[in-house]
Design a protein around this ligand. Structure first.
Ligand code: NAG
Ligand code: NAG
Ligand code: NAG
Ligand code: NAG
Ligand code: NAG
Ligand code: NAG
Ligand code: NAG
Ligand code: NAG
Ligand code: NAG
Ligand code: NAG
Length: 460
């Protein structure tokens, strides 16, 4: 051990001991621990599932934010049921949920303030105008970690789904976690549950790692997307397990003319070893909001069980932008309606000012090494008339059909590309090219934070 490192470790150990005496919670002195640690109970929180702890969370974060320039701080949420309204995070900060810790979102809409819509969307996604706050938010942050011993952040979304479906909501539902303009975000070993709408929404962010995260929502809940990287780059999603009523992962980049104007793509995104269950949606969607562009998405070794489609492109006239340089290698699919699905008429526009000449460019979409079983239809490939989806490459695919599979296995319109070693036999628009193996980049994407910190927080 270099002597500087040794002294640093001793210093951390000493400060952690000081924090223990002060706070009753302590960081083990491995590298990566925050210098300051506090329990949410020190700010008056009560974990009985009834008492509303909004003020305690706000006070804790405000107080701990003072340490941002001095080794950062961790807020420990112990075992218990901690009911709260929405709250914000801060920089150089760890939210640590111990085993058995559950942060429960208030179901009282009066606890949810209104916030401005995203500039790249121009309005709320469910309704025009402002939107309800997200449950947990952060803007312009750096170095944020959400982790622990697999505690749960529970959006208690049933009331929101019911009201949304009954058209009783005047404003757009909040997301469970939304981070804006932030970098160096790490989310691991934590469970997110029953979001009112989308679960994790990193937007205008860079260097986001989401690892070993569980996301659960009833498969018929409304718009409970798992992870939606939006106008964000260098995002890694790995070893996650998602059960959802909407797309497990949806890469996005703004909506029609607002997204075109904002012009911030989602790019350099790696999604690997995902397990997805979503009977009415995709394992990975690209779009439908893609007006700032989506490029360089790499999906590797992903599994879907009882999911509607695998890696789906969703776009339409008015979106503009692009979806290109998409690489998918290794899909294991069990019970699937459409193994390959591309959509060119997705619809859903923010208002009547979408530009009918804003045609998306969809090109260079490569898939290889796909095994699927109990499939209803191999390919439903619909590009845009006069704006075909091109450069599609599909190789080494075996799709075993369901007992009640469609007679027509591929239906292709306004798409162009090549296929090799694909069963069942593809449509003529995807011309056979024997021996072709579709590309997957060999270089590694450099996505920070590079390593998961070994730090853990415990009690005496
Ligand atoms: C969170 O911070 C934003 C500003 O970035 C503010 O508008 C919002 O009211 C804050 N939310 C809460 C719950 O404090
Ligand atoms: C966050 O950063 C964005 C982009 O740089 C900027 O427009 C915005 O004003 C910042 N917001 C806050 C609350 O500092
Ligand atoms: C994740 O949480 C589980 C459950 O408490 C725990 O056993 C495990 O050590 C944690 N893993 C990491 C990498 O922190
Ligand atoms: C975390 O908890 C979820 C929900 O209880 C469970 O499905 C998952 O396997 C757990 N993950 C770890 C790493 O313990
Ligand atoms: C859009 O156009 C339709 C039909 O012309 C009209 O009913 C609707 O009110 C318009 N919506 C907006 C937001 O202007
Ligand atoms: C074809 O894909 C399967 C997975 O479905 C894989 O096991 C196999 O190695 C691939 N074959 C070639 C030649 O790459
Ligand atoms: C096959 O898929 C059908 C739906 O198309 C489903 O009802 C059935 O349970 C699946 N069978 C197996 C063995 O998973
Ligand atoms: C992806 O496939 C398309 C269509 O075959 C091809 O033009 C393109 O070169 C492939 N991408 C790469 C990076 O090889
Ligand atoms: C094939 O797709 C086209 C374009 O979406 C659609 O109009 C047509 O009905 C489909 N054909 C069949 C047999 O499903
Ligand atoms: C993102 O992480 C990479 C790899 O660690 C690093 O080189 C880069 O500077 C980081 N970018 C930002 C904006 O933090």
């Amino acid at each position: 051990m270099a002597s500087e490192t040794f002294h640093a470790a001793v210093a951390v150990a000493t400060l952690c001991a000081a924090a223990m005496l002060a706070a009753g919670a302590v960081a083990s002195p491995e590298e990566g621990c925050r210098k300051h640690v506090a329990k949410v109970t020190e700010y008056g929180a009560v974990g009985d599932g009834k008492r509303l702890n909004t003020a305690a969370f706000a006070k804790a974060v405000a107080d701990l934010s003072k340490h941002a320039g001095d080794g950062g701080a961790a807020l420990v949420v112990p075992r218990g049921r901690w009911l709260t309204g929405p709250f914000n995070l801060t920089s150089h900060f760890t939210l640590f949920l111990d085993e058995g810790a559950e942060i429960l979102a208030s179901q009282d809409m009066d606890d949810w303030p209104l916030i401005a819509p995203l500039p790249s969307y121009g309005r709320g996604r469910d309704a025009p105008g402002p939107r309800y706050s997200n449950f947990i938010s952060g803007s312009n942050l750096t170095d944020v970690i959400i982790t622990g011993r697999n505690g749960t952040i529970d959006g208690q979304g049933q009331v929101w789904w019911d009201k949304y479906r009954a058209k009783e909501l005047k404003y757009t539902r909040g997301y469970l976690l939304e981070l804006l303009y932030s970098d160096n975000i790490l989310i691991y070993n934590v469970t997110f549950k029953d979001s009112p709408s989308w679960n994790l929404h990193p937007t205008y962010c860079t260097n986001v790692t989401i690892s070993g995260v569980t996301i659960l929502a009833p498969v018929h809940s409304a718009n409970t997307d798992g992870i939606d990287p939006d106008s964000s780059s260098h995002v890694k999603i790995e070893d996650c397990y998602i059960v959802s009523g909407d797309d497990c992962v949806a890469v996005k980049s703004g909506w029609d003319q607002y997204g075109i104007e904002f012009n911030m793509p989602s790019q350099h995104i790696l999604i690997r070893r995902l397990t997805c269950i979503s009977p009415t949606s995709a394992m990975i969607a690209l779009g439908s909001e893609m007006s700032g562009g989506i490029r360089d998405v790499r999906a590797e070794d992903n599994t879907a069980i009882d999911t509607e489609s695998a890696v789906r492109v969703k776009s339409g006239v008015g979106r503009g932008g692009f979806v290109k340089d998409i690489f998918v290698r290794g899909l294991s699919l069990h019970t699937m309606k459409w193994v390959f699905w591309m959509t060119g008429n997705y619809g859903q526009h923010p208002d009547n000012s979408s530009n009918p000449n804003a045609l998306p460019e969809v090109t260079n979409i490569n898939y290889s090494d796909v095994f699927a079983e109990n499939v209803t239809m191999a390919g439903r490939m619909e590009g845009i008339p006069n704006d075909p989806y091109t450069g599609i490459c599909i190789s080494n695919v075996t799709a075993n059909l369901a007992p009640h599979a469609k007679k027509l296995q591929w239906n292709c319109t306004d798409v162009k590309g090549v296929t090799s070693d694909v069963m069942p036999e593809p449509c003529p628009e995807l011309r056979g090219e024997e021996g072709k193996s579709c590309a997957f980049p060999e270089d590694e994407l450099a996505i920070g934070p590079a390593e998961l910190p070994k730090c853990s927080y415990y009690y005496y």
